[in-house]
Design a protein around this ligand. Structure first.
Ligand SMILES: Nc1ncnc2c1ncn2[C@@H]1O[C@H](COP(=O)(O)OP(=O)(O)OP(=O)(O)O)[C@@H](O)[C@H]1O
Ligand SMILES: [Mg+2]
Length: 297
């Protein structure tokens, strides 16, 4: 069980009125600001260096970078699992350093990179019900939240299964459904596409797109450059815990950024590489590549 879930369960009863109000469609999506955030793990490993990011409500932000560049560490700060050792995190302009993790977790839902650190229940539906129940949902609304979340990830027929008997990719989807069922205004998804085949990837893309269409904020890490370029309007590149690029897919994957990306072992999506090879400018997505080819023809 995760730290967030553990403390959410122990504090749930006292917090029901406030968090129950927070659950559902009317909940405001906060603007998020990281202000010179630095983080050092207790063993002395520095994982974030002076990270400043402005994430307006309704943003879609992908965070990319090589292994160990600080992506997961950054996401864990958003729901309060980790606290900055330097700098501040502000939601709607308010420093959240003293907000308990269960309060932050009702606003920012973090789907862990490793689903086995998140999943603890012995039935898929119990697992997915845990978060919304802690936010005060019960009865038919709870059942609906669970059903819709499982449908969104294509696991509606696995509701009675033991998550630990599902394969890794489906455990990732259970972890994602658990967060979706809470209907949080901010989704923080740590490597949601890892291990997914084509249909699994399409489900994750659909989940992200529908959350963005609803006006929620989605912040996701990924090593899949095609996924990030096709799904997110903004990409932040980390190297050694620092932001080294931040912009649209066309800006970040522009041919001029080739050396910068190579310095952190990132390969632009195939469409961008084809566009660069043929001198078509920045074509980070298949759509933009086709448009550039049509223009030239
Ligand atoms: N619990 C921990 N204690 C000490 N150091 C840690 C801990 N977790 C991560 N680190 C270190 O912090 C740095 C950033 O790690 P982090 O997991 O945030 O990177 P990442 O970009 O998510 O990597 P990956 O692509 O492998 O998921 C790395 O040097 C990592 O070894
Ligand atoms: Mg990680």
């Amino acid at each position: 069980m995760s730290a967030a879930r553990g403390s959410a369960s122990t504090q749930a009863d006292a917090r029901v009125p406030a968090t129950a109000r927070a659950l559902g469609e009317g909940r405001a999506v906060p603007g998020i600001r990281l202000d010179e955030v630095g983080f050092v793990y207790p063993d002395g490993t520095r994982a974030l260096r002076s990270v400043s990011l402005e994430i307006p409500p309704g943003s879609g932000v992908a965070i990319v970078g090589e292994n160990g560049s600080g992506k997961s560490t950054l996401l864990r700060h958003l729901d309060g699992l980790l606290r900055p050792t330097e700098g501040r995190i502000l939601l709607d302009g308010r420093d959240v350093r003293r907000d308990p993790v269960e309060t932050l977790a009702a606003t920012v839902g973090l789907a862990f990179q490793d689903p086995d650190l998140q999943i603890f229940a012995e039935r898929v539906d119990d697992e997915v019900a845990f978060g919304p129940r802690n936010l005060g949902l019960s009865g038919e609304p709870l059942a609906t939240a669970v059903r819709e979340a499982l449908q969104a990830v294509g696991l509606e027929r696995a509701e009675a299964a033991n998550p630990f008997n599902l394969g890794y990719s489906r455990r990732k989807l259970v972890a994602l459904a658990s967060i979706l069922a809470m209907r949080v205004p901010v989704l923080a998804l740590d490597e949601p596409t890892t291990g997914q085949d084509g249909p699994g990837l399409a489900r994750v893309v659909a989940v992200v797109r529908s959350a963005l269409a609803e006006g929620r904020t989605v912040i996701a890490t990924s090593h899949d450059m095609r996924f990030v370029a096709e799904t997110f309007p903004r990409i932040v590149v980390l190297r050694g815990g620092r932001v080294i690029a931040d912009g649209s897919p066309a800006q970040v994957f522009a041919p001029a950024n080739g050396d910068l990306l190579r310095s952190t072992h990132l390969e632009p999506p195939a469409a961008a590489r084809v566009g660069a090879a043929f001198g078509l400018g920045s074509t980070p997505t298949e759509e933009s590549l086709l448009a550039a080819l049509r223009e030239r023809a």
